[in-house]
Design a protein around this ligand. Structure first.
Ligand code: DQA
Length: 150
């Protein structure tokens, strides 16, 4: 079962970027944790980080044709701004789980609203890298329910 893991803008700077908020783990370390967790569930992961909205939109919209069954997405700041990404999630015909390292509801007004969360099946926020691990677990549970008869 293939899952696309998408990391939005500025997440390539994890490790050195505001560690008091986002922790000290790099994106490569988070991806390595995810791979370990995926192996335990016989999931295959493909990763993409991009600082470009259009590239992320194309990845979301093309995921189904590339054989992905679901998307684990940290839209980063696009959560709070991108109606286009909300539309892409709604159009992609795949379950999308949104994750955030920080608790977006415990931060400034600017980050409290997420357009993308309005289209995702659910959201995990505030657990650091464990948000990704929990998100992957919940997405894989959802997929096993969806494909129970396969
Ligand atoms: C983030 C939260 C967003 O508000 C912020 O713009 C990010 C990271 C998180 O993972 O906590 O870039 O998505």
């Amino acid at each position: 079962m293939k899952i696309l893991v998408l990391h939005g803008p500025v997440l390539n700077m994890l490790g050195t970027r505001e560690p008091e908020i986002y922790g000290s783990q790099s994106l490569a370390e988070i991806n390595a944790m995810l791979l370990q967790s995926a192996a335990e569930r016989e999931l295959e992961l493909e990763f993409l980080q991009s600082n470009h909205e259009g590239e992320l939109l194309d990845a979301i919209l093309g995921a189904r044709d590339k054989g992905h069954r679901g998307i684990l997405l940290n839209p980063a700041s696009y959560s709070h701004t991108s109606v286009a990404m909300m539309d892409a999630i709604r159009a992609c015909q795949l379950p999308v789980v949104e994750v955030h390292l920080s608790n977006i509801h415990a931060r400034g007004e600017l980050r409290r609203h997420s357009y993308t969360a309005m289209a995702a099946i659910g959201i995990v926020s505030g657990f650091g890298p464990d948000s990704y691990i929990a998100g992957l677990f919940l997405l894989s549970r959802k997929l096993s329910q969806m494909y129970a008869a396969d």
